[in-house]
Design a binder for this molecule. Structure first.
Ligand SMILES: Nc1ncnc2c1ncn2[C@@H]1O[C@H](COP(=O)(O)OP(=O)(O)OP(=O)(O)O)[C@@H](O)[C@H]1O
Ligand SMILES: [Mg+2]
Length: 367
């Protein structure tokens, strides 16, 4: 294998700590300038993967390629990789200017170039006015922006970021998400980012690598993961989902059809892993379902009993129950006051086949 055409490539990376498997079979490929996010719950192996790529832990097995060169055993400083962690890690005794200048000095850049480069990144993170302060004279959010500036200033070819916004409040986080995106776009640096916040991953990434229990669960665009999750875990992790237990009737390269409760038949995007007779779960996002009138038609439809309708603000949520007790949630933009239908009324939902996925499900066929 070679890493050609990829900025960064890992193959079957594996790392254990005693009997704990922290990372297994981790293979990713990143093209130059890509923004890829490792997303997953606590303990799923995100930091372990980042540390292996940075050269800060030794993988038990597998390979790392950077710029077409085998880098698995290179020492960290030969990898041309910058890192930003959750807790700023600025040098406390140096001014902000000196902190950002540090990596440039290490690379023996001229005084004049250092001044120009530090000035430029300070402007980008809008903190030119704090150049002469010490880190302790800055707020947490400001310190984190300086940490970002320091990672970007020497334009490493890859930047690894481990939950760099994790310690900040939501407003600042939203703001810095955009700032990181702008830095990334301006400088064209390849970024491997870590978060356990699915919204952050959706906002920032070209692609998302969803991790679960030391393994890659699914790797794809935000769109792929959100609308075409391949597993129940992926569907659940990336937002709200409705799942209906079904049995596969037909499975072709174009479409799945599956029978559900009350004789309903659903059409879904193809899934080559499923065969006729398999138990599966049909998944649809709440916002893809519409409320249908009695004569309304859609690719997929279910009849249910209304439990509750709640206006949460811009969005109205409708909670209902199928005859077999399964709950369904649908969300719609709030366009006006609630109608007069109350709890217990019959209600019908419809949604398109191309917003429906069929997921493999273990266990017995539903009655
Ligand atoms: N130095 C270590 N010694 C022993 N076990 C470790 C060590 N570092 C990580 N682990 C274990 O490896 C697994 C993966 O940890 P890792 O830090 O990669 O998770 P993570 O996805 O970054 O989680 P978080 O979102 O909490 O940061 C966990 O089960 C963790 O307990
Ligand atoms: Mg971590």
């Amino acid at each position: 294998m070679t890493g050609e055409n990829f900025k960064l490539k890992t193959r079957n990376l594996r790392k254990t700590y005693g009997s704990v498997v922290a990372l297994a079979d981790a293979s990713i490929e990143m093209v130059e300038g890509e923004f890829l996010t490792l997303l997953g719950p606590s303990g799923s192996g995100k930091t372990t993967m980042l540390m292996a790529i940075a050269g800060l832990n030794d993988p038990d097995a597998g390979e790392i390629w950077i710029d077409g060169k085998q880098a698995t055993y290179l020492p960290p400083f030969q990898r041309d990789i910058g890192m930003v962690f959750q807790n700023y890690a600025l040098f406390p005794h140096m001014t902000i200017f000196e902190n950002i200048a540090f990596p440039l000095k290490m690379r023996k850049m001229s005084e004049a170039d250092i001044k120009a480069n530090v000035g430029r990144v300070l402007e980008t993170v809008q903190l030119s006015h704090v150049a002469e302060r010490l880190p302790k004279e800055l707020s947490g959010g400001q310190q984190q922006r300086i940490a970002l500036a320091r990672a970007f200033v020497y334009e490493p070819s890859i930047i690894l970021m481990d939950e760099p916004l994790g310690a900040l409040d939501k407003k600042l986080r939203d703001h810095l998400q955009l700032e990181i995106k702008h830095l990334h776009e301006q400088l064209g640096i390849t970024v491997l980012y870590v978060t356990h916040d699915q919204e952050e991953a959706m906002v920032m990434s070209d692609r998302i690598c969803l991790m679960n229990n030391a393994r890659i669960e699914q790797l794809g665009t935000p769109d792929d993961l959100y609308f075409r999750p391949q597993t129940e875990f992926a569907a659940d992790f990336l937002g709200e989902s409705n799942m209906i237990e079904c049995v596969v009737k037909t499975s072709t390269s174009k479409q799945i059809s599956a029978s559900g409760p009350d004789g309903a038949v659903f059409k879904a995007l193809p899934n080559t892993q499923l065969n006729k007779g398999d138990v599966c779960k049909i998944m649809v996002r709440p916002e893809c379902m519409s409320l249908l009138g009695a004569r309304g038609k859609a690719d997929n439809m279910v009849s249910a009993t209304l439990n509750e309708t709640i206006i949460t603000g811009a969005v109205t949520k409708t909670y209902a129950q199928l005859a077999n007790g399964q709950e369904i949630t649908s969300t719609q933009l709030t366009t006006g006051p609630l109608g007069t239908t109350g709890k217990g009324s019959p209600i019908k939902f419809g949604w398109p086949a191309d917003r429906t996925v069929a997921l493999a499900a273990g266990g017995e066929a539903p009655a």
